[in-house]
Write a protein that binds this ligand. Structure first.
Ligand SMILES: Cc1ncc(COP(=O)(O)O)c(C=O)c1O
Length: 400
C-alpha cells in the first residue's frame, strides 16, 4: 500500500530514503484536470504517454477526464483494463498493421490519426469497411514558442492534408483534422494561428469536418518560465472557434498531457557526492529526469534537510545522474544554496510529466518508490533565480 505523508519533507524526515521517491498528489491532479475539462469548450483527451501511472489515471478520471489519447496497443490495453468502456483515440499517425486490426476488433477503436496516403491505404486494407471510423489528418505544425517541437516528425503540409481529407471521405470515413503546436507552448496565439491554418485546409478540401483536434502543448511554470494562464489559451481557442465559424456538428477536441499532471508530482533525490559545483544524484537522465535535458524545462529544486533549512547564497550547479554514462548529465545552471552537502535530499517539483514513463533501469539504477503527499505541490518562484537574472524571464506571450 502506498504510504501517505503531509509533505515531501515529512517523508524525508521519516524514511530518509536511499532511492528516489516519487511524491504523488492525486488531489492536485484531480483539481487540475477538473479545471481543464471545465474550461475547454470540447472534449479533453488526456495524452496517456505523459504519465500512465494507474493512480494518476484514476485521479484524472475523478477530475472528469473521459477521453484518452492513446498511441500504442499497450496504452489502449491499459486504459481498457482500468476503465469500463473507455473512449480511446489512436492518435499516432504511424501504426503497425497488427495494431490497427487489434485496436479496431479487440478494443473497438474507431478514431485513428494519419498524415500520409500509405497510412490511409494500410487502414483501408486492414479494416476493409471504413464507414464506422473517423480518420483524423495530422497537419504539419509551424514552430511557435514551444520548448519541444513535434513538427519535424509528423504532419502533412496543407495541400497533402486537404487531399487526404477528400480521400478519407471518398473511402466512406468521417474526416477530422489535428495538429500539435509543440510541447510546453508559451504562446496562446499559436493555437489560434493553427486553427486558422486548419480552417484553410478544411475549406480547400471542401469536406464536412467531423473533428477538429487542437492537440496538446499546454504549458506549466518552470524556473524562469511563467507562462500565460490557462484562461488565455482558452480565450485564444474560443476566438478561433468563432473566427473560423466551426460548425456545432464539428467536435472540438484537445490532447493535453503536461498541463494535466506536472504539478501532481515531486521527485525526491539524494546527493551522493558534491564535487565543487557538481552534484551527483541518485536519479538522472536515464531515470526520471530525462525531460530536464530540454532547454526551458527547468524544474524547480529545493533542499529538504531534516531538522534544518538551507540558508546559503544561490550558486549555480551542474547535476549528474547515478549511471556511469557521461550522457547522464543535466548541465546547469541550477541555482541552489551554496551549502549543499553529500547526503542532502533535494525535492524536484513540477515533475509529473514525462518522468516515470521515461524511466529506465540502465546500469542497475532503476529503483524508485512512491508515496502520496497531501501538500499543494512545489512550483517555481522568482526567488529561485539570482536577482540579476530575474528581469530576463519568459513571463508571457511575446506574440500576443
Ligand atoms: C500526439 C500528441 N498528443 C498530445 C501530446 C501531449 O502533449 P503535451 O504533454 O505537450 O500536452 C503529445 C506529446 O508528445 C503528442 O505527441
Amino acid at each position: 500500500m502506498t504510504q501517505t505523508f503531509s509533505t515531501p519533507k515529512a517523508m524525508v524526515e521519516e524514511l530518509r530514503p536511499e532511492v528516489p521517491i516519487h511524491c504523488l498528489r492525486p488531489h492536485v491532479i484531480r483539481e487540475t484536470a477538473r479545471r481543464f475539462v471545465q474550461a475547454f469548450p470540447g472534449n479533453a483527451m488526456y495524452a496517456v504517454k505523459c504519465n500512465n501511472d494507474r493512480r494518476v489515471l484514476r485521479a484524472l478520471y475523478e477530475g472528469g477526464v473521459r477521453h484518452f489519447d492513446t498511441a500504442s496497443i499497450a496504452e489502449i490495453e491499459q486504459i481498457h483494463d482500468q476503465f469500463l468502456n473507455p473512449n480511446c483515440y489512436y492518435m499516432h499517425p504511424v501504426k503497425s498493421r497488427t495494431a490497427i486490426r487489434e485496436s479496431y476488433h479487440r478494443y473497438g477503436m474507431r478514431t485513428f490519426s494519419l498524415d500520409h496516403h500509405d497510412e490511409l491505404r494500410k487502414l483501408r486494407e486492414e479494416l476493409g469497411d471504413l464507414s464506422q471510423t473517423t480518420l483524423v489528418v495530422r497537419l504539419e505544425a509551424v514552430r511557435a514558442q514551444a520548448v519541444c517541437d513535434l513538427g519535424g516528425k509528423f504532419g502533412a503540409p496543407n495541400d497533402l492534408a486537404a487531399d487526404l481529407l477528400r480521400e478519407v471521405v471518398r473511402l466512406g470515413a468521417k474526416p477530422g483534422l489535428t495538429f500539435h503546436v509543440g510541447s510546453q507552448c508559451l504562446s496562446p496565439k499559436a493555437y489560434l494561428n493553427m486553427m486558422r491554418r486548419a480552417a484553410d485546409v478544411w475549406q480547400q478540401s471542401g469536406v464536412d469536418l467531423a473533428v477538429l483536434d487542437i492537440g496538446g502543448g499546454f504549458p506549466v511554470a518552470y524556473v524562469g518560465t511563467f507562462p500565460p494562464d490557462l484562461s488565455e489559451y482558452m480565450a485564444a481557442i474560443a476566438e478561433g472557434v468563432q473566427e473560423i465559424a466551426l460548425p456545432p456538428t464539428t467536435r472540438l477536441m484537445a490532447e493535453p498531457g503536461r498541463a494535466m499532471v506536472a504539478k501532481g508530482y515531486s521527485i525526491v533525490v539524494r546527493v551522493m557526492l558534491r564535487r565543487d559545483n557538481q552534484l551527483y544524484l541518485n536519479d538522472g537522465s536515464y531515470g526520471s529526469l530525462m525531460d530536464m535535458k530540454l532547454d526551458g524545462i527547468d524544474l524547480p529544486i529545493r533542499i529538504l534537510r531534516p531538522g534544518g533549512e538551507a540558508t546559503g547564497d544561490l550558486i549555480s550547479y551542474d547535476l549528474f545522474g547515478p549511471t556511469c554514462d557521461s550522457v547522464d548529465h543535466l548541465p546547469g545552471p541550477y541555482w541552489l544554496p551554496d551549502d549543499i552537502i553529500e547526503g542532502d535530499w533535494l525535492e524536484i517539483g513540477q515533475a509529473g510529466a514525462y518522468t516515470n514513463v521515461l524511466h529506465t533501469g540502465f546500469n542497475g539504477f532503476g529503483d524508485f518508490a512512491s508515496v502520496f503527499t497531501e501538500d499543494e505541490g512545489f512550483e517555481p518562484t522568482l526567488e529561485m533565480l539570482p536577482k540579476t537574472l530575474r528581469g530576463k524571464l519568459v513571463h508571457n506571450d511575446a506574440d500576443r
